[in-house]
Design a protein around this ligand. Structure first.
Ligand code: ADP
Length: 538
């Protein structure tokens, strides 16, 4: 810088030293180590204003406690010290409660105390060791909050000037940015560590990819699927396509990543890793960047091997039940009939035999129902017939007319199915579902009730509804009504026989036809059960 320039600056009240100080402090703002930055701030500021002692206190998180970070004793030769925790808290409390720093925090402005002996803002503490006669104190203000206070002291009165105050105010503003940056950086680091801890702890496989299919983030389980010996850090930036040979599942994911997609989309599918010999439920979701574009994909893979094993075990158990339990039950029923033949009619044994026979029949039909649910759930549906839906409804209703009449119910139909095309469905199963709903209405309505069966078509759906004025279903039971073996056992149903499998069967059948089943009910007033099925026009 030329000499004339230097004179010009001096004329404005700022010296080259001041500018150098500001330049140095600005440079330091790029440092992320907060303590290091503040050490430099206190050191440089003290030098520039010729302070003999200085202190810097921080409370960036506005907690209860202020934290004196540093002290500088220039007389002792450039010593910067950090107080121990207890000592620091004691000091901070004292100066923030009563001292000059407290005044600055409350008034949110910098101040010069020209002579400590003549200024009431300066408090001399009984055990104070500072023999300061002048002081300069500036706050670090961010968003109207005081995050810190820098105090500079000198043993001579009138040491600090207005120019010093202006300069230190600029320094404090700069330092505030550094404190904020460091705080944010700290928070980010903390969040990053939290995220890493979560990622390591989670048993699910996680892969975060960018829109070109490169790995952004991966956890231990993810690295296993990638089948690479690279560290998690080294995996970052590698393309998923590099690892396709290592696991069959990766190929499916890569196909999704390779096709153009819309934001907000997600895919779920089950896949088996032949390499790890595990089954997974894989979910691939698109995540968006802040501009709404595709930023990449989040792949979560849940290990469902145990679930699958359990399912297999359940199927085996059911098969065992079907063969190994049904035959002895048939034997019991058969032998009971034989014994009955050989027993005098007036013997009490006849009654016992009847009870055994009835209970055995119940066990047998429970097994039949169970097997039926499993069979419908697992075997392919035969849907190769164009069925006349009106005839199907009519048959179901006709099949139950007698049992409705036996309870004195009025069973009526309201059908609005004119012009409905033939529908592809499994007639046996759909009729069974209709009968199940009508039968429930008959069972759960006290004698002399009214049951209406409605069926109509609308848009691409055909609807089937059964309405009764029976006992109804308590609100709390409604969400569970379609679960296997669930019975609401509401008042009025004590003598109604059932195993809680009918509605679960209906739901399975309707879902397998890509329809939906629903219920509305009010306890004591009645229920309305229904389902719709899609009318496919193919
Ligand atoms: P189940 O009739 O053999 O108990 P379901 O699966 O058909 O089994 O029904 C489950 C439960 O739902 C029944 O136990 C009963 O509490 C309730 N429920 C079903 N239909 C009706 C209805 N129309 N009115 C009142 N409750 C019903």
């Amino acid at each position: 810088m030329s000499r004339s320039n230097q004179e010009h600056l001096t004329a404005q009240g700022a010296t080259l030293d001041d500018f150098e100080l500001l330049a140095k402090i600005s440079q330091m703002l790029t440092l992320m180590d907060r303590d290091h930055v503040l050490e430099q701030v206190i050191d440089l500021s003290s030098q520039v204003v010729g302070a003999e002692r200085s202190s810097l206190m921080l409370n960036p998180e506005h907690s209860q406690e202020w934290n004196p970070v540093f002290f500088k004793r220039q007389q002792d030769g450039q010593v910067i010290e950090r107080l121990g925790k207890d000592q620091a808290i004691h000091f901070a409390r004292r100066v923030i409660d009563k001292g000059l720093a407290g005044w600055v925090v409350r008034n949110k402005q910098g101040v010069i105390v020209a002579d400590t002996e003549r200024d009431e803002r300066w408090i001399v503490f009984p055990d104070g060791t500072s023999a300061a006669r002048s002081a300069l104190c500036v706050p670090f203000i961010y968003d109207d909050d005081v995050l810190g206070v820098l105090t500079l002291l000198h043993s001579e009165p009138n040491h600090f000037t207005e120019h010093h105050l202006r300069l230190m105010t600029i320094v404090a503003n700069q330092a505030t940015v550094a404190v904020r940056n460091a705080l944010l950086f700290d928070q980010m680091e903390r969040q990053k560590r939290q995220l890493e801890a979560i990622l390591h702890a989670m048993p699910d496989t996680l892969l975060v990819l960018d829109d070109a299919g490169r790995v952004l983030l991966v956890n231990d389980a993810g690295a296993q699927i990638l089948g690479s010996s690279l560290s998690l850090d080294d995996l970052r930036g590698r393309a998923l396509s590099e690892f396709l040979a290592n696991d069959s599942v990766l190929g499916i994911i890569n196909e999704i990543v390779a096709t153009p997609i819309e934001t907000g989309q997600s895919w779920s599918f089950e896949a088996r890793s032949e390499q790890l010999r595990h089954d997974y439920l894989v979910t691939v979701s698109v995540w968006e960047n802040t501009f709404g574009g595709t930023a990449g994909y989040v792949v979560v893979m849940r290990d469902i091997t145990t679930l699958r094993d359990l399912n297999r075990f359940k199927d085996e158990m059911l098969q065992m039940a079907s063969h190994d339990l049904r035959s002895p039950l048939a034997l019991i029923v058969g032998y009971c009939s034989l014994i009955a033949l050989d027993t005098p009619e007036d013997s009490p044994i006849q009654e016992y035999l009847e009870i055994i026979q009835k209970s055995t029949e119940r066990m047998k039909s429970l097994l039949d129902d169970l097997l039926r649910v499993e069979q419908i759930r697992n075997s392919p549906l035969e849907m190769n017939e164009q069925i006349n839906f009106r005839d199907l409804v009519q048959t179901a209703v006709d099949n139950l007319r007698l049992s409705a009449a036996n309870k004195g119910h009025q069973l009526t139909t309201e059908l609005s199915l004119d012009g409905i095309p033939g529908i592809m469905l499994n007639p046996v199963l759909i009729r069974e579902s209709m009968e199940n709903l009508i039968n429930n209405a008959i069972k759960y309505t006290p004698s002399g009730g009214k049951i209406v069966v409605r069926s109509y078509h609308q848009d691409d759906r055909v609807h089937f509804v059964v309405e009764d004025n029976g006992v109804g279903i308590p609100k709390a039971a409604l969400p569970r009504i379609f679960q296997s073996f669930y019975r609401a056992r509401q008042p009025g149903t004590e003598n109604v026989e059932g195993r809680g499998l009918g509605l679960s069967l209906v739901k399975t059948i309707i879902n397998r036809h890509h329809g939906e089943v629903w219920v509305e009910s009010e306890e004591g007033k009645g229920s309305r059960f229904g389902f719709w099925l899609p009318i496919s026009r193919s």
